[in-house]
Design a protein around this ligand. Structure first.
Ligand code: PLP
Length: 440
């Protein structure tokens, strides 16, 4: 049996209607070469998704590979339960210096880091004998797929099947200017979005969680200037802990190393993942201040310790990848490069014209193109899912591109070269033009 048949027999793919995948050609990737993925038949695809938004340097960065290899020969894994390891320590120091936060707790993926952050925030209030449990988050926010993270990042189209399992969270309008919930000017709507947060904060919730800089999975909703700063200020004013999720937006995706610093905001808890290791190994980090950390210090039998820890917490391979990755940002002046390439994307997107483009949103190395039925705001749809349709059009043109519903996403590796980036943009536009023809 060939390998595609084995896939169809044994694998269940994430966020996939398997009936669509079972009736289509399976592309079995066997090699990465720079910004390309290569399948077993030798077909090359530009990775315009940066392997679920985490690949920074392309697929065979020798400096990252060597650092991981050396660590593998020295210490593949040892736990943080009652022990430490040098790479986890050095990375923690580096992350604290970058963020101006004080302590680091590790997990392996974004969703579990979000669970840690929520537990930390809720337990903080219990530990200081002021228990409170209410949580605020934003509509269109996404924070992962575990039960806690979908409670705070509930997206109806994704998670309605699990609704009965979720805990209560007050979810407020975010500044999604293309689809305002109330008909008013952009400026008024932004003020309204800030105002409803202030009203909710007056009810004294334990914490507010939101993505930092932009809501990516919700459709690339980029925050207007000062919006996040204002929320940060309000959380301080009303003594509510602010959790900022930088899993998708930190480490340069929006053109800043640490997005919350660029946004003039200061979280009590910040979360990083995805590009932290350059996208080579799974690792996430929850950072917090000494104010929070100190509330967990007491006699053992007071039960104030954080009851959380994964087998692979602080995995030395992930930590060495992250340490090396951060050094490479410096060495190759990656953030400056991202800003330069961001203006290429901006200029190219201005040329995109189609009656199925409803809105284009872009910042740094991410663009979201919202596709609609011609000259309307109704989301574009085909018989097969938009994911399937756009991916298929992409594969035909040698690019791996994956939308979120009717929002076409361009999220390449940060270090992508200009030529390949321009090729991605050419192909994205070509796909839009062909969808326009299919729809006509
Ligand atoms: C903002 C945000 N938070 C959390 C997550 C979940 O991360 P993971 O897929 O590593 O669990 C994601 C994933 O896309 C994300 O975009």
């Amino acid at each position: 049996m060939d390998i595609e048949e084995l896939d169809k027999r044994y694998l269940w793919h994430p966020y996939t209607q398997m009936s669509e995948m079972l009736s289509s050609k399976i592309r079995v990737i066997v090699r990465g070469e720079g910004f390309y993925l290569i399948d077993k038949d030798g077909n090359k695809y530009i990775d315009a998704v940066s392997s679920m938004w985490c690949n920074v340097w392309g697929h065979n960065n020798i400096e990252l590979i060597n650092a991981i290899k050396e660590q593998l020969y020295t210490l593949p894994h040892s736990s943080l339960f009652g022990l430490s390891n040098d790479k986890a320590i050095l990375l923690a120091e580096m992350l604290c210096k970058l963020t101006k936060l004080d302590k680091v707790f590790y997990a392996e993926n974004g969703s579990s880091a979000v669970e840690v952050a929520i537990k930390m925030a809720i337990q903080y209030w219990r530990n200081i004998n002021e228990p409170k449990y209410n949580i605020i988050s934003l509509k269109h926010g996404y924070h992962g797929d575990t039960i806690g993270s979908i409670s705070v990042g509930y997206i109806e189209d994704f998670f309605s099947n699990y609704k009965d399992l979720l805990f209560n969270v007050k979810r407020l309008d975010s500044p999604y200017l293309f689809r305002k919930s109330i008909d008013m000017s952009d400026d008024d709507y932004i003020n309204y979005c800030i105002d409803i947060v202030e009203q909710a904060l007056k009810e004294n919730p334990a914490c507010m969680i939101m993505e930092s800089g932009a809501q990516l999975a919700g459709g690339v909703i980029i925050y207007p200037q000062n919006y996040q700063a204002k929320i940060s200020e309000l959380c301080k004013k009303y003594d509510t802990l602010l959790i900022l999720d930088e899993i998708a937006t930190g480490f340069g995706r929006l053109g800043n190393m640490i997005e919350f610093i660029a946004q003039n905001s200061m979280p009590d808890i910040a979360i990083f993942g995805k590009m932290l290791t350059g996208g080579y190994l799974p690792l996430s980090a929850v950072l917090t201040s000494n104010k929070i950390y100190n509330a967990f210090l007491d006699d053992y039998y007071k039960n104030k310790q954080l009851f959380h820890g994964h087998t692979f917490t602080g995995h030395p391979l992930g930590c060495v990848a992250a340490l090396t990755n951060i050094q490479l940002y410096e060495k190759y002046k990656l953030i400056e490069e991202v800003r330069r390439k961001s203006s290429i994307i901006k200029n190219r997107l201005e040329e995109f014209k189609s009656n199925i483009i409803g809105d284009i949103r872009h910042k740094g190395m991410v663009a979201g193109i919202e596709l609609v039925k011609p000259n309307s705001k109704e989301p574009l749809r085909f018989r097969q899912s938009m994911t399937y349709t756009i991916m298929d059009e992409g594969f035909k043109r040698g690019v791996y591109i994956r939308p979120l519903g009717n929002v076409m996403l361009i999220i390449p590796a940060l270090a992508i070269d200009d030529h390949t980036l321009n090729k991605v943009l050419d192909i994205a536009y070509d796909i839009i033009k062909s969808l326009e023809r299919i729809n006509a």
